[in-house]
Ligand binder design. Structure first.
Ligand SMILES: [Cu+2]
Length: 118
């Protein structure tokens, strides 16, 4: 009797795990190049430092800093997007090349970062 109950609980647990995996799959299918901005004790961090993307591909920029707007601005001004606190924006780059970028709001407090477009 007790063993039967445990078995039922185990089957339900596995079913729950499988259902969970089923909901993850469509999200993974959409994953493209992504830049995340975080605030590490006042040091603003672009991650990854070197992003690979294709011409015209949607690049998602997510700002996890709850307090400040940040930008992703090409040194050569090929692109310039503002990302609100806890917000996300999507951008594209139309020409191949290596694009170092910076933040117009905090020119000295971000790590150096770039997007390599092929
Ligand atoms: Cu910034």
């Amino acid at each position: 009797m007790v063993i039967t109950k445990k078995l039922i609980v185990a089957v339900i647990a596995v079913g729950g795990l499988l259902a969970g995996l089923g909901t993850i799959t469509p999200v993974e299918a959409q994953t493209g190049p992504t830049i995340t901005i975080t605030n590490e004790a006042g040091n603003y961090l672009y991650s990854p430092e070197a992003l690979e993307a294709k011409v015209g591909e949607a690049i998602t920029v997510t700002n996890n800093d709850t307090r400040g707007v940040h930008s992703v601005t090409a040194r050569d001004r090929s692109f310039n997007v503002d990302v609100p606190p806890k917000g996300s924006v999507t951008m594209t780059v139309s020409k191949p090349g290596n694009y170092p970028y910076y933040c117009t709001y905090h020119t000295d407090t971000h790590n150096a970062a770039s997007i390599n477009v092929s």
